[in-house]
Ligand binder design. Structure first.
Ligand SMILES: NC(=O)c1ccc[n+]([C@@H]2O[C@H](COP(=O)([O-])OP(=O)(O)OC[C@H]3O[C@@H](n4cnc5c(N)ncnc54)[C@H](OP(=O)(O)O)[C@@H]3O)[C@@H](O)[C@H]2O)c1
Length: 396
């Protein structure tokens, strides 16, 4: 089934301003048609990716099963960054409906920490963390069509990304347009996909919508500010330092509040006592109660993360005061079908190409240093997106 999107309505007025022309998505491919604006200029490039496809070891459709060894992180018990074990693992051949990918860049996400700490239940023990990566297909399962050795692909929301090479269901990966480099794709797909569903599907943010964005200089927060601004929203960001405030302003936040403090009071002042239409709260425990106070009558509370811990239980009656709406959404529930995944990724790549959003890759680490990267993320030392560069990909 082909799905033709009229992107000016899907992505909002920002794309119209940027002269975006169009995008067609299908189950097996994404075709990008002429972007009149190419303001987005990726800084970090992986030019040698084709070397992977030409590598004899990559194998084509796996005939005589050849074991591939790959460095992979394993977690045997929940705990701090030290529980990440860097091991040699044999990667099997892809089975029915699967592909094997040699990865180049892995996106770091706060959810990786929730899994490592045992806040979210891992699918197995031991397990390999990581929800997002980019790479090239090195083998396809028997009878699989629509994917070939050498395809550049990305995925978001499939655990097991902290690895040089892995096997994954073919319908979970999406092709990457040639104008988006590997590092940018790894930095943008999950976080940009989150911004996309929060701003465009959960509730359609439009001209005049007032939104409050917590952790506005973080990975998702930076993209929410940029995309929200492009849609015509009034954006209020909340951050913890002056430097983060400067970044959030650059990203389109009209007002920025520096924590700690009574941010609800400041939001009321900034909105003539009325409050905002939507709060995007990814911090949780430390902010949730005040976030409710920031909402106007019939406002929408979107709790989509818990960087500071799970918020205390809310009595339903707490929503009655202003007839508030409350949701606790997940990207996974908005990208259930192949069409939803293609639409989500397509909008992110289109918004990047059109300059609606610019992903800030403010930190990179070798994949082998993932423990250090996670520590920096949880200690609030990072801004924008962080990418783990697969060590062996750098040497190709
Ligand atoms: N529901 C979904 O589908 C979905 C998808 C993606 C991400 N998320 C959530 O979105 C949030 C952002 O993810 P991200 O990967 O982009 O991370 P991030 O925002 O880059 O990093 C977390 C930021 O949260 C802020 N923060 C406030 N209190 C904190 C605390 N006690 N400990 C650590 N950080 C704290 C910090 O910014 P300040 O220093 O400025 O306060 C920190 O930089 C996470 O909660 C994540 O789980 C949810």
């Amino acid at each position: 089934m082909m799905l033709q999107l009229i992107t000016s309505s899907v992505l909002g007025s920002g794309l119209r301003k940027a002269g975006f022309a169009g995008i067609v998505l299908s189950r097996s491919a994404i075709h990008y048609s002429s972007f009149q604006s190419q303001r987005f200029q990726p800084k970090l490039q992986f030019q040698r990716i084709s070397a992977i496809a030409k590598d004899g070891n990559a194998g084509a459709r796996s005939s005589a099963a050849k074991m591939v060894k790959a460095k992979t992180f394993k977690v045997y018990k929940a705990g701090g960054p030290e529980v990440l074990q860097w091991e040699d693992v044999e990667v099997g051949e892809p089975g029915d409906g699967q592909v094997r990918i040699r990865q180049t860049a892995v996106g770091l996400n706060f959810i990786d920490i929730y899994f490592r700490e045992g806040i979210y239940a891992a699918p197995s023990s031991p397990f390999t963390p990581g929800m997002e990566a980019v790479g090239v297909v090195t083998a396809v399962g028997p009878g699989l069509t629509g994917r070939q050795v050498g395809d550049r692909v990305a995925y978001a929301g499939v655990i097991g990304a902290y690895a040089e090479e892995r096997v994954i269901a073919a319908d979970k990966v999406v092709p990457i347009p040639s104008n988006i480099d590997d590092v940018t794709a790894a930095a943008a797909l999950l976080k940009g996909g989150t911004a996309q569903f929060l701003l465009r599907r959960l509730w359609k943010v439009e001209n005049g919508t007032k939104i409050l964005v917590h952790a506005a200089a973080g990975g998702v927060g930076s993209l929410l500010c940029q995309w929200g601004n492009a849609l015509g929203a009034t954006v209020i960001g909340v951050v913890s330092t002056e430097a983060k405030a400067a970044q959030a302003k650059e990203d389109g936040a009209h007002h920025v509040i520096i924590q700690p403090g009574d941010f609800a009071e400041k939001v009321k002042e900034m909105t003539n006592g009325e409050g905002v239409d939507i709060v995007y709260d990814s911090v949780g425990k430390d902010t949730f109660q005040q976030s409710l106070e920031c909402l106007k009558r019939r406002g929408l509370m979107v709790l989509f993360g818990q960087s500071s811990g799970a918020p205390d239980p809310v009595p339903v009656g707490a929503l009655a005061k202003k007839s508030l709406f409350l949701t606790r959404p997940s990207l996974m529930d908005y990208t259930v079908t192949r069409d939803e995944r293609l639409e989500n990724a397509g909008e992110v790549f289109s918004a990047l190409a059109a300059g609606i959003i610019k992903v800030r890759v403010n930190q990179t680490y070798p994949l082998s240093q993932a423990a250090k990267a996670q520590k920096d993320l949880e200690e609030r030392k990072t801004t924008g997106s962080t990418v783990l560069i697969v060590d062996s990909a750098e040497k190709l």
